[in-house]
Ligand binder design. Structure first.
Ligand code: UDP
Length: 193
């Protein structure tokens, strides 16, 4: 199905189920993927900032995270099927990873928050392989990029908040051979709590 453009952001017309099936296949086929879950703040910001806009529109998938986006699509006349929150996509991916022995890398949040989140993730998803984690307060990405490049995780969760997380992904993504890269905002804080 064709994408739906809201301001300057093009959304994929997919249910959560359809999305998860496609992501599952892409990860299994080692197909590199960049996914953005965009809420109204992201859509608005992308409309004002052409550089960010260009980055978001490089994504393989742009999904509606936020009821405001669904509402806007309804007004345009092609209502998106459902809201798919980034946190839920992350949980679905962790579950799939747990069932299929995938590996995951976690980048972002404060050190203590990240460590608590990793502790909880290990407990809830014991078969998921943790290929590395770094807090989100760094000045140089070289080590992080090298670590991901070497470990080749199936999933890379980037929790730096927007616009940083999408910018980080676009800056570092081209060097990677595989992996599903997704910006997940404050999800590590939720996972830690
Ligand atoms: N964050 C980070 N590095 C930064 C700025 C933010 O790791 O330089 C983390 C922050 O600790 C939090 C997450 O990004 O865990 C999301 O931040 P925020 O709630 O501001 O973003 P949003 O959820 O609105 O995208």
């Amino acid at each position: 199905k064709p994408k739906i453009k809201i301001l300057h952001t093009s959304f994929d017309y997919k249910t959560r189920n359809e999305l998860m099936k496609e992501l599952f296949n892409r990860v299994n086929n080692l197909k590199k993927t960049f996914l953005v879950t965009a809420n109204p703040e992201i859509v608005y910001y992308a409309d004002k900032d052409p550089f960010y806009q260009q980055k978001v529109n490089q994504a393989d998938y742009v999904i509606s995270d936020g009821y405001g986006v669904i509402l806007a699509s309804k007004i345009i006349g092609r209502k998106l099927p459902e809201r798919i929150p980034g946190f839920e996509v992350m949980c679905d991916l962790l579950s799939l990873g747990n069932s299929h022995g995938w590996s995951a890398y976690f980048l972002g949040a404060k050190k203590e928050v990240l460590e608590k989140a990793i502790f909880n993730i290990k407990e809830r998803y014991p078969n998921l392989k943790i290929s590395g984690f770094r807090d989100g307060y760094f000045t140089d990405s070289t080590d992080i990029r090298n670590e991901i490049h070497t470990n080749k995780p199936d999933l890379v969760f980037v929790a730096l908040g927007f616009p940083k997380q999408e910018e980080w992904i676009v800056e570092n993504y081209s060097e990677m051979e595989k992996g599903l890269f997704i910006g997940v905002g404050g999800s590590f804080d939720v996972m830690a709590g």
